[in-house]
Design a protein around this ligand. Structure first.
Ligand SMILES: [Mn+2]
Length: 285
């Protein structure tokens, strides 16, 4: 079996498992009031931090622990002859899902959505979706590249949009912009993925692309989703994380200061006690 053959098979299995996830309510994952959820920030192909996350989580021996992954693809150029090999991280993550389907989960993000929709994102003048495709051909070979890209798209389309734990915490790649306050329907997360409006300007598009979050927006969303605190990624964090408006934590897992955040679902948190739980990847052996 070639690398492409096994990659396509893994992606197809992971796609099925995403749809069958028993925690799913439409496109929302609901975590109960026990166990742990490890929230990450953007990974953007950072395999070093991903491997640390895998080592920290020890999911095989910690069955009550879950992990949420998002924005795994589209890495930044390292050298002149650089190729975006972030598909390798995506495949590692899909494989992790296949091994431990009840504990590994994904959330929709704007880079993955852009790849699915061939929506051209430029990062410093580069077309990241095309660079990703070139990387897929390099990593998996040219022979089945179209089928591999198709399997990647189906995998991305199967992602839930957000998660919620019973102790009042909401997890997503981002939240809508505050100027969408009156137009955004918080109930969109309850729709099944095949009925989601992922198109430009659609509800999920707004949720994964938004950046300006005001106290009013968080108040409205908190009420609609019955949560007090939010953990997201999306906005680059050179020092690993930041906090906004006393209830929003923004994580990044894609740089040397990258972090992740294990949340005990049986525990009530305020912002201070939540950020004390943040773990730097650099601290994981
Ligand atoms: Mn993003």
């Amino acid at each position: 079996m070639s690398l492409a053959d096994s990659a396509i098979e893994t992606l197809q299995q992971a796609t099925e498992l995403n749809y069958e996830d028993p925690l799913r309510d439409g496109s929302l994952l609901r975590f109960a009031n026990y166990g742990q959820v490890v929230m990450t920030g953007d990974l953007h192909g950072n395999r070093r931090n991903f491997e640390k996350l895998v080592r920290y989580c020890r999911l095989e021996s910690t069955p009550v622990r879950h992990v949420l992954l998002h924005e795994m693809i589209h890495s930044d150029p390292q050298t002149v002859d650089w190729v975006d090999r972030s598909v390798e991280l995506l495949l590692d993550a899909a494989q992790w899902k296949v091994f431990l389907p009840e504990q590994v989960h994904f959330l929709q993000s704007n880079h993955e959505l852009a790849q699915l929709q061939k929506h051209e994102i430029t990062k410093a003048g580069r077309l990241v979706t095309e660079e990703f495709e070139r990387g897929v051909a390099e990593v998996l070979g040219d022979k089945r590249v179209d089928e591999a890209l198709e399997a990647i798209n189906a995998f991305i389309a199967s992602f839930p949009v957000a998660a919620r734990s019973d102790n009042g915490i909401f997890y997503a790649h981002s939240l809508p912009d505050s100027y969408q306050l009156d137009r955004f329907d918080p109930n969109c997360v309850f729709a099944p993925p095949d009925r989601l409006d992922l198109s430009e300007g659609g509800m999920i598009y707004q949720l994964v692309w938004g950046r300006r979050h005001t106290p009013e927006l968080l108040e409205k969303l908190g009420e609609a989703w019955d949560v007090r605190l939010f953990i997201i990624g999306h906005q680059p964090q050179e020092m690993g994380y930041s906090v906004q408006h006393d209830r929003l934590v923004i994580l990044a897992t894609d740089n040397p200061h990258g972090v992740f955040l294990p949340v005990d679902c049986s525990r009530q948190y305020d912002l201070e006690s939540l950020i004390q739980r943040i773990i730097p990847c650099a601290g994981v052996p």
